[in-house]
Design a protein around this ligand. Structure first.
Ligand code: 2IO
Length: 414
């Protein structure tokens, strides 16, 4: 029998949701949350079904959860020919030659941001590095001014809060909408300028692109740029910090990766499986549906619990263990539509930035790992995660052997 007192809104669940996933999958795989009038699915096969049966489970939930702060419809809301065409435009912006350029920017921004901490031998991987890194890389890719990163980060905080909150007071809601409006106003003159004089950046590409005669409106571009900003920023510092946390907790695997950086993609894929930075994906059931004998009514909001699905023993052996060598990981597939983990979602709306995400984390980890000689947690550091929708380390205080600044492989050296 499911525990009637269990709630995904309880403080205990927020502290460590992973403790509850096994019980949810076994005893309450279709957990109803009255305060949210929503169903939470935790089994791998149920989550995969919801994400891939596009007629039965739609992304209509995003009209209320995302559209108000995205200032227009995001890619995941679109369907049919419009979705296919616009998704192809975005794919083009994140693969091939464009991606090669982006990797160069990632490397030089990472080298610049880490430099001041190397002679000290101490940094907070989240606050000192991950957050500025994630925002600055995304601004650079979009052809926006990196020097604006703190302003943009503050606005994105409000946008992210709106999308990922389970409950929002009217005051916080107003704050989030204010942030979104300011971000929109910041972008408007840029979009206008790129329409007149396009460059090589992603915004210019969106302004000029056409697929099967379908082009982007200003509203489309605004929404897509905010979509790219939040989707590239919010999970990035979390993934990087989680990767380092798992490797520090498993010194033998850290040593292997330091010796052979070709193991990095496997370590990243395993990090995403075990601790997905995006824990929830919402859908709307268009018709009544039955999961494991439980009825979900037509029109209901369904949350896919990615962290629980990724640890389903029916999908992965010894699912709670971090093992970059696991036979069922399928590293090469882990960043594609054939992925067995569900951290990039699945189906038509699967993450369009998965290849970029892999390249970003791989590039920065390749640069950091050799510098983090004898890396360990700082004195008195207590590991803590936060977030129900997106989740990651609050901070990650690292100590390592100080490095002379001259020894850093920057943009020229790398
Ligand atoms: C931005 C939740 C950070 C996406 C979302 C409204 C659409 C979509 C996601 C991810 C991550 C964000 N959903 N990215 O889950 O673009």
């Amino acid at each position: 029998m499911p525990d009637p007192r269990f709630s995904v809104l309880s403080p205990d669940f927020a502290t460590d949701p992973y403790r509850y996933f096994g019980r949810l999958r076994d005893r309450s795989p279709v957990h109803y949350e009255p305060a949210l009038d929503s169903y939470f699915l935790s089994r791998h096969r149920d989550v995969r079904r919801v994400l891939t049966d596009h007629d039965a489970f739609t992304t209509r939930t995003l009209q209320v959860r995302a559209e108000p702060v995205m200032r227009g419809p995001v890619l995941a809301q679109m369907t049919g020919a419009e979705h296919t065409a616009k998704r192809k435009i975005v794919v083009r912006g994140f693969t091939g030659r464009a991606l090669q350029e982006q990797v160069r920017a990632i490397r030089s921004i990472a080298a610049e941001l880490v430099a001041p901490f190397l002679p000290v031998g101490r940094m907070d991987l989240v606050e000192d590095f991950g957050k500025p890194f994630a925002v600055q890389v995304t601004l650079e890719v979009l052809g926006l001014d990196r020097r604006d990163w703190q302003r943009v980060a503050a606005w994105l905080g409000g946008v992210g809060e709106f999308i990922t909150s389970m409950v929002l007071t009217p005051e916080r809601r107003r704050h989030c909408l204010d942030c979104a409006e300011q971000l929109e106003a910041y972008l408007a003159p840029v979009i206008e300028q790129r329409r007149r004089r396009p460059g090589e950046d992603l915004i210019s590409m969106l302004c000029t692109a056409e697929f099967d005669g379908i082009a982007m409106s200003d509203r489309d571009i605004t929404a897509l740029v905010i979509n790219v900003l939040i989707a590239a920023v919010e999970p990035a510092d979390k993934t990087l910090a989680l990767l380092l946390k798992h490797l520090i907790d498993h010194p033998e695997q850290l040593a292997q990766v330091r010796r052979d950086p070709a193991l990095l993609p496997a370590a990243i894929a395993e990090t995403l499986r075990l601790t997905p930075p995006v824990q929830l994906i919402p859908r709307q059931a268009e018709a009544e549906a039955v999961f494991a004998g439980t009825v979900v009514p037509a029109g209901a909001t369904v949350f896919c619990m990615i962290g629980a699905a990724n640890r389903d023993p029916g999908a992965f052996t010894d699912p709670d263990t971090f093992d970059l060598h696991r036979a069922d990981l399928g590293t090469a597939r882990s960043f594609t539509a054939a992925a067995q983990h569900l951290s990039f979602g699945a189906g038509l709306h699967q993450c369009v930035g998965a290849a970029f995400a892999r390249a970003e984390i791989e590039t920065v980890a390749e640069l950091l790992l050799p510098l983090l000689d004898r890396v360990r947690f700082g004195p008195g550091f207590r590991y803590r995660e936060s977030g129900l929708y997106t989740r990651g380390p609050v901070s990650l205080a690292l100590d390592f052997t100080p490095v002379r600044e001259a020894a850093v492989g920057g943009p020229a050296g790398g």
